[in-house]
Design a protein around this ligand. Sequence first.
Ligand code: SF4
Ligand code: SF4
Length: 226
Amino acid sequence: MIRSITQQKPQEELDQLLNGLSRVFIVGCGTCVTLTCTGGRTEVDAMQRLLAARGKLITGSIVLPVACDNMTGEALQASRLMIGQAEAILVMTCAFGVQTVARQIKKIVIPALDTLFIGKETGPGQYDEVCTQCGSCIIGETGGICPVTSCHKGLVNGPCGGTNNGKCEIDQGKDCAWTMIYNRLKELNKLDAMRRLQRPRNHQGEPMPGKFRIKEAASLSPSATV
Ligand code: SF4
Ligand code: SF4
């Protein structure tokens, strides 16, 4: 299953972010961060104890079912009195959840986690990045294995010279992405795809934030004239 992968910020950074704020309300989330053990009920309770031991007054906490959901505003309503007593909201969700909460509450919102990547669970407690959302997908020609994400150098036209017995020269504990691609294409009898040249990638800065519009959506708008 694909998840938003997070890790708790270093305590020093959290202390700095919370410096001068004495009353805090804590928000967790019941989906990705619960599964990665970074912002579920257990972690929210542990954070509550930790901050109380550091002299903070915790006005309350909630673990939202899905923090990045459209229902977040309504779900937070149930805690509005406790939120009202707090100076700041500490949010233990991915950055998307933090931004969703921030849009709903006129308080300082502090992220307790760093959002690392979109990842797939590959074993108990293990998550591997599967796609960096590069915007120009080539895995149709690489046997379904992504070299942009899986190769340490992000090479898209075959391996570097360092691959050694199927392992990556940068990390001996990791399979070389291009050896995996070669083996997969061989298995599929599609080795000719290795000879196809991928065009140079556009590494110029793109306008931020990224935007995508479905053209037909304009005609579905209730205000659109027919
Ligand atoms: S090439 Fe890799 S990083 Fe780019 S969109 Fe495809 S899977 Fe994602
Ligand atoms: S050894 Fe393989 S995975 Fe590692 S950087 Fe070179 S091509 Fe990429």
